[in-house]
Design a binder for this molecule. Structure first.
Ligand code: M1P
Length: 272
């Protein structure tokens, strides 16, 4: 299938709101969890991009954002749809389609500690008594690992069922408690951001990590120092994976309930 023609945008410093950037969480904010963004959302983002800089900051890796945002936009690279793309909280990052320096979880942790962690996780999952187990209980990413008691191969319906089940059973919460106890010696954060899993990364590598890129860009000749950094996220409560960036003094945080709520706010704030 031929890729859709791409609109062009003026340089970042020539947009009407040139000292404003809007950053968006993905799952539950731009699209339903792990599903496609709607045509209305893609149109609103394109209209917003004509006014200010836009970016996403997602916990998932780039391939998932490509599926949820790039594919529904007509199979275009997701890095062409946003000025900044921050995957895995910004551990993998792009500005205007060009890669920014990335960081590595395994380099930070080291192989022996990583193997200790994975051994514990897989033993714990093996002993879990839950209604359904599928495959891929640990997903190794660049800036983090993602751990899922049911496994990442679960279908959409199995995901929904597990999410409901976990509201009562608190499997993930208990799992995280056990990991915190076992790995007290490692400076790790465990963050429940989605339906079936939790992310594990070095403390500080939460979504505020992406702000380091904005600061680094601002310090370059001609770089933009954003005065207004809006952040939109649906997990903007303590323990949610949007909490740190939402409550960071450098951002203007917006807690949303759903992608429709994001659209409503964009209309209200930016008339798009
Ligand atoms: O973006 C939120 C989370 O989305 C997925 O979570 P789950 O598969 O549990 O719904 C994962 O990609 C996770 O890393 C991410 O934080």
């Amino acid at each position: 299938m031929a890729a859709a023609a791409q609109p062009t945008y003026s340089p970042l410093d020539e947009r009407p709101l040139k000292d404003t950037i809007c950053l968006f969480d993905v799952d539950g904010t731009l699209s339903p969890a792990r599903l496609d963004a709607s045509p209305e959302m893609l149109a609103a983002l394109a209209a917003l991009r004509a006014k200010c800089t836009i970016g996403f900051v997602g916990g998932s890796d780039l391939s998932k954002q490509q599926e949820q945002l790039g594919r529904p936009a007509g199979n275009v690279p997701v890095t062409t749809l946003f000025d900044y793309c921050f995957s895995e909280n910004g551990l993998t990052a792009f500005k205007l389609g060009q890669a920014l320096p990335s960081n590595s979880f395994i380099r930070w942790l080291g192989e022996p500690a990583y193997q200790r962690l994975v051994r514990f996780v897989l033993h714990y999952v093996a002993d879990l008594d839950i209604p359904v187990k599928r495959g891929t209980f640990v997903e190794f990413r660049n800036g983090m690992i993602n751990v899922s008691p049911i496994g990442r191969n679960a279908s959409t319906q199995e995901r929904r069922d597990f999410e409901q089940f976990d509201k009562g059973a608190r499997v993930r919460e208990t799992f995280v408690k056990a990991l915190k106890e076992e790995f007290k010696d490692l400076d790790l954060t465990f963050s429940i951001g989605g339906q079936i899993s939790f992310d594990v990364f070095p403390t500080g590598w939460d979504k505020t990590y992406c702000l380091r890129h904005l600061e680094a860009e601002a310090s370059k000749p001609g770089g933009i120092q954003y005065k207004n950094i809006h952040f939109f996220g649906d997990k903007a409560f303590e323990g949610g994976n949007d909490w740190e960036i939402y409550s960071d003094p450098r951002t203007i945080g917006h807690a949303v309930k759903s992608p429709d709520d994001t659209l409503r706010l964009l209309k209200e704030l930016f008339d798009v």
